[in-house]
Design a protein around this ligand. Structure first.
Ligand SMILES: [Zn+2]
Length: 467
């Protein structure tokens, strides 16, 4: 019975009633998506927010030309609207939802996945979308991070705003999940302090409701066990470091002891303590054979990976040190702009550590192997964390995925078809085909030649409306 709830929410997000849908004709354009071969000089008819038909230009009748807005696509390229599949709309209160939505659309991002926000704080964004469906992207959200009793993001310390709820063995998880569904979530996000048994129970109940669980793998569980128990996705390639170590079982035992016994420090501090004691040791003692076995298992079980290379390489690449990057701060509200400017300068003065460089290379190498082994890769950034400007940062992520070894077509897939697949809505979006939703971007240059060309935007169409 419950599985129907998700279907209802999804169809609401996908149908989004727009008053007075304009009809568009994009003429003489090259169609590029990650599924179809390149189609030259096509004409695309858009009606009621959908791609009505893809036709030969000679088939256009005069009547249509008069009743539709005609866009000349000569020399241009049409791609499906992009996704940023890892955003936190409520992480920095100084950035309002209107700014986010404008920046996403301006950058060709017509769908976003919020991967952690308490519903109450997300509510203004949801209301805004409802009131302004024709100038907002589609928003799919997990609601709060589902963490253990000792939560990491509970709003007590700077850098750790309230993003989570905590559950343990005594919780009525069925009720928690039901409540989230009533609040419109379309997937769940688990977090690191969950106990093994609670996590396994959560996976079970999520499955019953057709919800995929993505997130950080709890520190208390073996990754392979989590894969077999049905986890739906991973973020930041996190936990791969620990799971791919020669000493993975010993590290897990140590973590469990720490989780059980360190009761006198905050969850956020304990989490950091565990990672700093294990991450670089684990990477240093990387076991390629064990790692390949795990990666093959991720592919076999269809686990989605959102590597967020922008955030994984933040301390090594330091985008914020680049003056050109800082120009994107001009689109932020004044308070955020000033904070970011100041913070960027301060961080730029710090030296790049060896560990940051090691983590950078390790992250990119891992993404390359995962991609080669058929793990489904999703593009996401973690904006607005790390001075990653909403919208602009997705294009950085695409460049990094390419640098890691993915082809331009594979990168395009990671920001179009694959995130739709995660929500099982790939029959409605992600490619340029008749009947699909008209979330589209017109580019001035070919993204298959250089993935940076996704930044060369001529026009964005969201829900069939020119932005
Ligand atoms: Zn995140």
């Amino acid at each position: 019975m419950n599985y129907k709830k998700l279907a209802v929410i999804l169809s609401l997000i996908l149908s989004m009633e727009i008053v007075a849908h304009p009809s568009l004709i994009i003429e003489n354009i090259t169609l590029i998506d990650a599924e179809n071969p390149v189609r030259l000089k096509q004409t695309v008819l858009i009606e009621d927010g959908k791609i009505q038909s893809i036709i030969d230009p000679t088939e256009i009748i005069e009547e249509q030309e008069n009743s539709h807005t005609v866009i000349d696509g000569s020399g241009k390229f049409l791609i499906p609207g992009l996704w940023d599949a890892h955003v936190h709309l409520t992480f920095i209160p100084e950035i309002d939802h209107e700014t986010y939505f404008n920046l996403f659309l301006k950058n060709g991002i017509t769908s976003i996945r919020d991967t952690g926000a308490v519903i109450e704080k997300l509510q203004p964004s949801l209301n805004y979308i409802k009131e302004n469906p024709n100038k907002t992207p589609r928003l799919f959200y997990a609601g709060p991070l589902i963490d253990g009793r000792d939560r990491v993001y509970k709003g007590k310390e700077p850098g750790f705003p309230e993003l989570s709820i905590g559950i343990d063995e005594s919780s009525d998880i069925e009720n928690v999940v039901n409540d989230l569904l009533d609040n419109g979530v379309t997937f769940l996000k688990s977090y690191e302090m969950l106990s093994k048994d609670t996590y396994l129970e959560l996976l079970k109940i999520a499955k019953k409701n057709n919800l995929r669980v993505t997130g950080h793998i709890p520190l208390s569980i073996d990754l392979e066990e989590a894969i077999e128990a049905g986890l739906g996705g991973m973020q930041h390639v996190r936990n791969m470091d620990l799971a791919c170590s020669l000493d993975a079982p010993e590290l897990l035992t140590k973590r469990r002891t720490q989780l059980e016994n360190e009761n006198d420090i905050e969850g956020s501090a304990l989490r950091t303590q565990i990672h700093s004691s294990q991450r670089y040791y684990a990477i240093d003692n990387h076991d390629p054979k064990r790692c390949l076995r795990i990666i093959k298992k991720l592919a076999e079980y269809g686990v989605f990976q959102t590597p967020t290379l922008t955030i994984n390489t933040l301390d090594s690449r330091r985008f914020y040190a680049d003056l050109k990057w800082r120009e994107t701060y001009q689109y932020l509200p004044e308070k955020a702009r000033n904070n970011w400017q100041e913070g960027s300068i301060k961080s730029t003065n710090l030296a790049v550590t060896d560990n940051a460089l090691i983590f950078d290379k390790w992250s990119l190498d891992l993404v390359n192997i995962m991609n080669q082994e058929g793990v489904k890769i999703i593009a996401g950034t973690d904006t607005p964390i790390g001075y990653l400007t909403p919208g602009f940062s997705l294009h950085k992520e695409l460049e990094l995925l390419f640098e890691a070894g993915m082809t331009t077509r594979e990168v395009l897939r990671s920001a179009t078809i694959t995130p739709a697949e995660f929500l099982s809505i790939e029959n409605q979006m992600g490619t340029i085909d008749e009947g699909k939703l008209a979330d589209l971007v017109i580019l001035n240059s070919n993204p298959l030649e250089s993935i940076s060309n996704t930044q060369d935007i001529h026009m964005v169409i969201s829900k069939g409306i020119i932005q």
